[in-house]
Design a protein around this ligand. Sequence first.
Ligand code: SAH
Ligand code: SF4
Length: 341
Amino acid sequence: MEYYALEMTLNDWQILFADWGEQKFRASQVCQWIYSKKEFNYHLMSNLSKDLREKLNDNILMSLPIMLRQQVSKDGTRKYLWSLNDGARVESVLLNHGGHKTACISSQAGCPLGCTFCETGANGFTRNLTRGEILGQFLMMEKINGADINNIVFMGMGEPLLNEDNVFSAIRSLNDKNMRNLGARHITVSTSGIVPGIEDLADFEIPIRLSLSLHAPNDELRSRLMPVNKQYPLQSLVNALRRYRERTGERITIEYALIDRVNDSPEYAYETAALLDGLEPYINLIPFNPIPSRPELKRSDSSRIKAFCNALTELKIEFELRKERGTDIMAACGQLASTRV
Ligand code: SAH
Ligand code: SF4
């Protein structure tokens, strides 16, 4: 049996070390090297015996995503293209706001959900990422940049709640005090509205943040933009959000991309408010980012954006108009597609 370092939970390391006749705390030491110090070379793990280092080197593969390309946007956003073990490719983005770094990570190679406004969706689906491939993107970005990243958002390629086991396992290791020790409030999962996954998140032991990609407040329009809405229509989705809110007490962020004359008239703001009544949502308005596969979709112009914002203000709904980031290198929301090299 082959072992891959990043595929192993702390518990897996402890079981293995017990098997090898090593003391339990050695497992935490190895995890500290990997997750905290970003030391991926066993030979340099200086507080382990030479024998143990060699045994690790011979038995546990330190498989990491290979960086094929790094692009830097004029606003400082960085985009990485990785090659995984089987040659599958994914992208991740590193955002920098005033010294605070946020990693936007992929959970799948491609995405099976095919939202009409999203380049990732237009490029089809290859496979789920393993927990190690998810963690690898984050750790490699920390290693390359020589700095800790403050936040992680599952807003790269793919639908995280269609790859729940691996995403949840990666989150447990990011949060674990003996591993990366990243606080729950610094971890966000974004979903297109996978109801069973939202229900599982409501019961998840780590109180991470939830973001919902809404983009349309009625089933007719939403099903056209996001085919997943046919499987989980708005009523079931809103019920799941309410349950999540009741069980966790957390506010939910709602993502809403403003697409010119598709979903950006003020009536939709009113409809959104009615749909989410009582949920106290926080709305993130994203000016639509153009994508090559759908040239007919345009970003709303500033007067339409303003009208939408005014309607939300009038409705006393808290919102933020998200600043454009990384569009010049196709690193913005919905623009990730691993096939472009
Ligand atoms: N699959 C998950 C995670 C990806 S997050 C989800 O959809 O939530 C990527 C975010 O960018 C989502 O909110 C998505 O709806 C949004 N998005 C996709 N294409 C976009 C585009 N062209 N412009 C702006 N936002 C877009
Ligand atoms: Fe998939 Fe999210 Fe893109 Fe939709 S918006 S296709 S769910 S990645």
